[in-house]
Design a protein around this ligand. Structure first.
Ligand SMILES: Cc1cc2nc3c(=O)[nH]c(=O)nc-3n(C[C@H](O)[C@H](O)[C@H](O)COP(=O)(O)OP(=O)(O)OC[C@H]3O[C@@H](n4cnc5c(N)ncnc54)[C@H](O)[C@@H]3O)c2cc1C
Length: 391
């Protein structure tokens, strides 16, 4: 029982109201738990996120369960065409081969946040903007969270702050020395729901169908990204068309933005009663669009593990958290490793007179093999759509 001086202990406190914090908040609140979310930024900031996200079939299932699927802004992907520039070898993943209506959907990050906020409002989820969390300490069976407004006590503290801190918990990091230049570009002919992933010596280039446009993710080194932001629209559209071997031509281009790319993985995602999720647990290269998809699997599994013991108010919470950490191990390691491999293997040997062509042929052979061998395509496709448990 709480006396007048002691504030009630919340079931969960969530740091960050990005897509991961909101999805986690909705999952726990829908089960009737007491939850508070604090975000250091303003309410408007996340809605302005210009990134466009490829959401896998598995993510759609999770968001539908949460009743936060951004249906009005979700463009289906029917086919993914994968190839490398300057070498033979290509393959295509088609939704029909997987018995699906779509391999995934493309949505603006802002639309996803809007859909999650609408659901959060219906659930009466307590979200406070402009409120930074400055620290936390374990206090018996609760966590004491320090915010700019004072102390809050909760049974679990969920960090969804969008970055892996530079402390002893950082297990793996790699600065790719690359930026992703992003923009919306209007194709001269309808895209027909075909996405392109093209590997080039300067990094991967992705075109994702988004409404009637293509969302472009053009990876290159940091200095080039700076120059590309100032390039004329006509020149940049030609560059994009060249990057995909002239398969698509463009007639209009939206504003360009740039994101620095790095891999950062936490060693432990559970410590005592604290859990790190999404980009706070692992930040990945956007090649193959895995970051938020992996994060939503974090959320789905956390809810599955935690809800029974949080709802029962019994002592099984530590056991549930340990189980969660155990269950996330394979998916995190496999997705982080796969993404890092893809980000590096297609630039391997770039500029090297002998290694370059050899590496290019080897990659071409791998793509050709994938194309000729449907079970391998199924394996890669299902893993990208559903994570390590997809096969
Ligand atoms: C170019 C690019 C393309 C991408 N494409 C894809 C894709 O196609 N598919 C895919 O699955 N993923 C993709 N991703 C990854 C995806 O964007 C991220 O995984 C996702 O946005 C992370 O969400 P989050 O909620 O963890 O973090 P964020 O969206 O960063 O949210 C964190 C929130 O925490 C708040 N915060 C931080 N510190 C504090 C504090 N101390 N107190 C209170 N609040 C705090 C911040 O204000 C922020 O609102 C891409 C990434 C990039 C860079």
């Amino acid at each position: 029982m709480n006396d007048a001086a002691t504030p009630p202990v919340l079931d969960a406190f969530i740091v960050g109201a990005g897509p991961v914090g909101l999805a986690t908040g909705c999952a726990l609140r829908a089960a009737g738990l007491t939850v508070q979310v604090a975000d250091a930024g303003s309410a408007g900031r996340a809605l302005e996120d210009s990134r466009v996200i490829a959401l896998s079939a598995g993510s759609r299932d999770i968001l539908r369960t949460l009743q936060a699927w951004p249906a009005a802004d979700a463009t289906p992907i029917g086919t993914i065409h994968i190839s490398q520039r300057g070498h033979f070898g290509r393959t295509e993943l088609r939704a029909a081969d997987f018995g699906l209506d779509a391999l995934g959907h493309v949505a603006r990050a802002g639309s996803l946040v809007r859909a999650l906020r609408t659901r959060a409002a219906a659930l009466d989820l307590d979200i406070r903007y402009g409120l930074a969390v400055t620290g936390a300490r374990e206090d018996g069976d609760a966590i004491e969270v320090s915010t700019a407004d004072g102390l809050v006590r909760a049974r679990v503290l969920l960090w969804c702050e969008g970055r892996v801190a530079d402390d002893e918990a950082l297990a793996r990091s790699r600065d790719y020395g690359q930026h992703a230049v992003i923009a919306l570009a209007t194709p001269a002919s309808p895209h027909g729901h075909v996405a392109y992933e093209r590997f080039t010596p300067h990094g991967p280039v992705a075109l994702l169908p988004c409404g009637r446009d293509y969302a472009v993710v053009y990876t290159c080194d940091a200095a080039e990204a700076e120059a590309l932001r100032d390039e004329t629209d006509a020149r940049f559209m030609q560059r994009l068309s060249d990057a995909v071997g002239g398969r698509v031509r463009f007639t209009a281009l939206g504003p360009r933005g740039a994101w620095p790319l790095a891999l950062r993985m936490r060693a432990d995602i559970v410590r005592g009663r604290q859990v790190w999720l999404g980009n706070a647990a692992q930040t990945l290269h956007p090649v193959a669009g895995q970051g938020l998809n992996l994060a939503l699997r974090d959320v789905g599994q956390l809810a599955e593990c935690l809800l029974p013991s949080l709802a029962r108010q019994d002592g099984a919470l530590d056991e549930a958290l340990a189980r969660y950490a155990r269950l996330r191990r394979t998916d995190r390691a496999a997705t982080g490793g796969f993404t890092d491999f893809l980000a590096r293997v297609f630039t391997l040997g770039a500029g090297a007179p002998l290694l370059g062509p050899l590496a290019g042929h080897a990659r071409g052979a791998a793509l050709a093999l994938l194309d000729a061998f449907p079970p391998a395509r199924q394996f890669v496709g299902r893993r990208m759509m559903f994570g390590a448990r997809g096969w």
